[in-house]
Design a protein around this ligand. Structure first.
Ligand code: NI
Length: 129
């Protein structure tokens, strides 16, 4: 039951788009990740994802699909420090950060960072921090 200092944990790694596990509860991981640059568009078939910004800001981009086309065509949302967003399962999304941004993720332990995509950005085995 040790408390976690978020800044101290973020200081322990420097890679971008490589989530690290900070804690686990109820089958969910609390992951820490540094965003910089563009990630890859992907979705998660079975998992909702929560992104909480603790430093900096990033833009979450959503790709058109039939469900969202009329209402949200080419939609994106800036997530500022102290804000969070929940991306529902099935929604195509891509984080983009113009400068380094520190993000806390809450998601099931099974969630793959690149969702339905497997590429050089995929991190299957997460390190603990
Ligand atoms: Ni995702």
């Amino acid at each position: 039951m040790n408390k976690i200092n978020i800044a101290e944990k973020f200081a322990r790694f420097s890679e971008h788009y490589k989530p690290h596990i900070a804690a686990e509860l109820n089958g969910q991981y609390v992951k820490l990740v540094k965003f910089e640059g563009e990630f890859v568009f992907h979705h998660h078939d079975h998992e909702d994802e929560m992104f909480l910004v603790v430093k900096g800001r990033f833009r979450m981009e959503f790709r058109d699909n039939e469900l969202r086309e009329d209402e949200f065509g080419n939609r994106h949302e800036w997530i500022e420090e102290g804000e969070f967003i929940v991306v529902p399962r099935g929604v195509e999304h891509r984080p983009v950060a113009e400068q380094e941004c520190w993000v806390v993720l809450f998601e099931p332990a099974s969630t793959l960072n690149t969702g339905n995509i497997v590429n050089e950005r995929t991190v299957a085995q997460l390190e603990r921090v």
